[in-house]
Design a protein around this ligand. Sequence first.
Ligand code: SF4
Length: 462
Amino acid sequence: MFVDSHAHLQLPHYKKDLDAVLIRSVSEGIDNIMLVGSNEKDSASGVKLALQHDFLRASVGIHPHDVKTVTPATYKNLTALVKKYDVAAYGEIGLDFFKNYSPKDLQLEHFISQIDLADELALPLIVHIRDAYEECYEIFLKKKGKIKKGGVIHCFSSDSEHAKKFIDLGFHISFSCSITYKNSYKQVEALKNISTDIILIETDAPYLTPVPFRGKRNEPCYVKEVAKFIAKIKGLSVEDVARITARNFHSLFGAKKKEDAAEIDAEIVYKIRNSLYVNLTNDCTNDCSFCARSRSFVVKGHNLKLDNEPSVDDVIKLIGDPSKYDEVVFCGYGEPLIKLKNVIEIAKYVKQKGGKVRINTNGQGNMIHKRNILPSLKGIVDMISISLNAESEEKYDKFCHSIFGKEAYNGVKSFILRAKEVIPCVTVTVVDMPGIDVLACEKIAHQTLGVGFRARKLNDVG
Ligand code: SF4
């Protein structure tokens, strides 16, 4: 199911066929649409329309183009709507110094006062920015304590640097259909460099119709084109992008429908692309400073926080036919080799049924079990990915905080060398982050250890 986080179906563009547009949206799998207000009139009509359908949400606010229409009663009326009805967000508000349909000083004045109003109403923000990214950023920086409910930079059109700055302030980044256009290189670069944890997708219908439908009026079912584009750039499936962006939407705006509000149960096996991941434990012998677990247990839209560790039978039942997947990966949010016996039994099952097995590990299996465990993985593991994490013992200790202390780094290196003897494909990984010399790590992988190497992006898991 897909979410269109920004559309204007209350506008006259849909007067003649709104019902058909809504039916088409639902039948195409769009199960949540945010109707965004731009002025007093369409804020009220969006809220009214959202009352009629449980898959429609509404926001209220005054767009920078429209701030010249504000009267003394405007904000009183918007506040009354929020107090009376289910309003999910405040916006779209912002600055548009490209068109300047309202004078700049008026835009600035109303933008600032609406940020304060959204804070009073405890609503997340929907922000419109055009040719004013730096100005908006400076305002938000000063208002840091006033954006407690977060928000989204809608139809993001700037570069990686701005995306990261807004993310650091707690904002989500929403990509619209304009990312499918030829000249979207800046957005694409930004998309490549940010985590999917904070991405939303939108149509901005009726505007910005995507390729290949340009020339037609835009509508929510075309949000799939944005999802397809993002899937290609991020190396994910369209299903992954739909799940991730829906989860991000609900965590920012809350849920209207019961099924969206329900806590997602912990997932023992979960699919990303066409790989099936196995989540055996949340325990780990490291406490890495960069571990994404400290922020959230949600990975690519899957909840990995286990209440109980699963048995071998539980996992085998959930895997079913492993040959349907490119690989079965022991990963999860913890160190799988702590559960060595389970890994061995499950891996044997996967191999017997014609599947491929990969293990992602911190490389401390021999230290955990106080013996060389690698011969027990011979013939049942096709690939192993081992986190080297640093170019020296000191750095490893500084970033990974292993229970094995200073011994850990050399233990990991010795594990890598022994893994080479029994597992056909061995790769070491490092997280590319400040303080780590990625090139030195690559040299160690290729020249000292004689294995493959991959640098991973910080905060991009799965
Ligand atoms: S080894 Fe992996 S799971 Fe364990 S703390 Fe480090 S990053 Fe987290």
